[in-house]
Design a protein around this ligand. Sequence first.
Ligand code: NAD
Length: 499
Amino acid sequence: MTGVKNRLSAPAKPRDFGFFIDGTWHHGREMYERFSPSHEQSVTRTACCTKQDIDVAVGAARKAFDKGSWAQQSGADRADVLLQTASLLRERTEEIAYWEVLENGKPLTQAKGEIAHAIACFETAAGAARLLHGNTFNNLGRSLFGMVLREPIGVVGLITPWNFPFMILCERLPFILASGCTMVVKPAEVTSATTLLLADILTDAGLPRGVYNVVTGSGSVLGQAMAEHADIDMLSFTGSTKVGRSCIKASAESNLKKLGLELGGKNPIIVFADSNLDDAADAVAFGVSFNTGQCCVSTSRLIVEQSVADEFEHRVSEKMRKIRVGNPFDPETQIGAITTDAQNKTILDYIAKGKSEGAVLLCGGQVVACGKGRYIAPTLFTHVKPDMEIARDEIFGPVLSSFRFETVEQAIDLANDTVYGLAASVWTQDITKAFSVTRRVKAGRFWVNTIMSGGPETPIGGFRQSGWGREAGLAGVEEYTQLKTIHIDTDRRKHWIAS
Ligand code: NAD
């Protein structure tokens, strides 16, 4: 294992990273210093790239795409590189997890689980690379034949957030590679290390130069430049709805590049009185607290049947109090630090708003002192009114708002009372109720008597203001392709102009 001396503490001095263009490491003139959110000490220094670096990276990706060094390889050859990457990731899991924890603050055990998921993404995409195909039309008449080719879209810009730096990257990148595209990746400034570590792994796995390029630095400068760039054919953006909107504007005002957008959520969990309440309470506590609630699919609204509401909210609060918050290197820890100062302030401000708006604080609401770092206790507000800010805004922290219903219609209306539509969950033993809810609640992903389960085989994405397009699975490869229709006539032409 390279670069890891002691997995149980932060490194004595920060590790420097360059940025990666056309198979070569470059050094930043200015560096961004990242302090671990749980250890409060400098852990990494990454380059503050410039707009000119973006131009060079896009140029390298364009050259690699046009040359066909990747796009024209067979699906089988692309699959070999993806499978080899999966195998190298297995060998380097400890190292990648270590840097992910230091920059993000999540528990080491969780980070390792996310790398296992990333490996599964590479393996799934390898299968997809071999199976990707177009279509034929043999029903156009005796002499006319139709073919639909599926071609890679070209150069993809990939902008990722800080909450799952490696996992979100790997829910997209292998599928982009499977399609035959080349790319320029810009990770969130605070969590760039693992995206950079992947560069050497992909090279060792046999990925040709220029196919994977990484630039690091400011979102408002580099991310914006990518959204505006005339030579990027598609931008895959994962982050806030606000920035997603600015990407749409930038695309409209530049080259009308295709956009894949994975944005915010305000995800409901509906609990009927007939469900196994203990299982459901555990799922609710997990859904809101996992990754300190900093997941796009975090459960943030509990919608519980009136007849069991008091008892159920009590059960959830009991479970939330037992969640082990603290040092991410402690194998017992279930949730770690809040990733950024700004996010910490946002969450604490929403907790203060919830109190001042008149919601009842049933548990949490306070910071947790762990010596160093910033930690917030899982928090449950009951008696939340639909017009309160904690009911409407995406908080992106371990804060749950509880609502009550008496009829299935009310539950569905409450669940749909948001501009978002990313994910939802329903708990009941009654298949009829489960189906009415899943068919009528607007969400891109639905869990019935389960939460945040599933693998890279199935597509990920949102309805409404949660985004456009789908990642992962076959749909996730097709997203990065475009269709070309070809007609072939085997007969002589019937002339339009009389001879
Ligand atoms: P963010 O939108 O501020 O940043 C996301 C990425 O965009 C970062 O790499 C950032 O540097 C970059 N960026 C910033 N300004 C930009 C601009 N003007 N143009 C282009 N790129 C720009 O979001 P965040 O704070 O990193 O993440 C939190 C948000 O992301 C939450 O709202 C959350 O719901 C959302 N999110 C969604 C998903 C999903 O899959 N739907 C996953 C993770 C996070």
